[in-house]
Write a protein that binds this ligand. Sequence first.
Ligand code: UDP
Length: 416
Amino acid sequence: MGFLKVPLGSSPSDYEMVVGKPQMQELREAAEKLDGLRILNVNSTSLGGGVAELLMSQIPLAQQLGVDLLWFVLECPPAFFDATKGLHNGLQGGEFNLSGSAEEFYLGCNHTNSNKIGSGYDVAFINDPQPLPLIEFLTGIPVWLWRCHIDLSDPNPEIWQYLKKIIQKYNALIFHLPEYIQPDISYRPCYLIPPSIDPLSMKNQPLDETEIESIIRKYHIDLERPIISQVGRFDPWKDPLGAIDVYRLVKQHRPDAQLLLVGAFASDDPEGETWYRKTIAHAGEDRDIHILSNLEGVGAHEVNAIQRASDVALQLSKKEGFGLTVTEASWKGVPVVGRPATGIKHQILDGITGYLANTIEEAASRVLYLLKNPDVAEAMGDLARLNVSEHFIITRELTRQFKTIAATVEATPNKT
Ligand code: UDP
């Protein structure tokens, strides 16, 4: 991967048409405050998952606003990603033992990548645990921010203690939600910035009915029958098997229901294939369960159509840093039924924009209710879209990030 050049995409004036002049003006002013700073942004994949989704839209918009921002994606072998997925799982509370060789890969790969990045930056903006140790090896950058996209509400104590030693070297930390600030680092400057969607991206731009139909029919899905969907990586935390269980309960009362499970394989997620196979096995021979991925050509455009064609979206994640898939479905006016994982309960206003459900049975009964009452589903969907447009739109998130960078630079002694 290395340094990534992203096509410029929509222009600031295109965004102004969607979010209005005042919001765009605030963003422009925040961008001006970064004038003269060379910013390095690092993460571990350009494809699949929420972080890649955010950066794909935000980097080109920031560049068009005159921010001198470069995007570097770590280049590492599979053993590195086995170690970092373990750390990711550990941060979400799972078991993981960072053995000697896993730690060697973790630190060694960051060391190697630091040589490829070069020098001359004023600020490093580091996403998630994979590139966290770069701070140990990249010398000469005075300001370091770490943005965590993971559900950190209840981390595995050993993994947390290990990573904390690196985390506390950063000048500022950014979390999605207040629950993720662990008390033992709260003395560091911690900022809260929830993620957002890009309303003009292929994933979220408006689609007309004919486009939706032609995409959906390609996958032999019947638009005349109820569609329940869950979009998300094939990952134990997302519980694709639970989504099948919900569908099966719904199916007892609505034999016409169909389930779409859509999951891309992220290059930094080594568990994807195993969980893809488990999902297929759990679905068995049911022809109304459609398991789709990038292998079947499902890209951003297709996800857009699938979300728009859904009567109800499911998000049964047991842990969810935020859950952009919830934001995306909500933006399309589709009510979401989700487990109350931290990121999800901050997005679904229970009984207003969708439902929070603690059990498979509860989720199934909410889905059935929404299928039986399309007027209620539509009204909830409208409120869901409104909630996204008020809180989770790219221009708001980028403004907060720019302000956070400017404030951190300002507060750092010996900056350039
Ligand atoms: N996604 C996708 N295709 C898929 C599955 C997921 O494009 O088959 C996208 C999804 O639309 C969303 C992102 O990947 O933009 C997932 O972000 P989220 O925050 O929901 O979860 P993460 O993968 O970061 O845990």
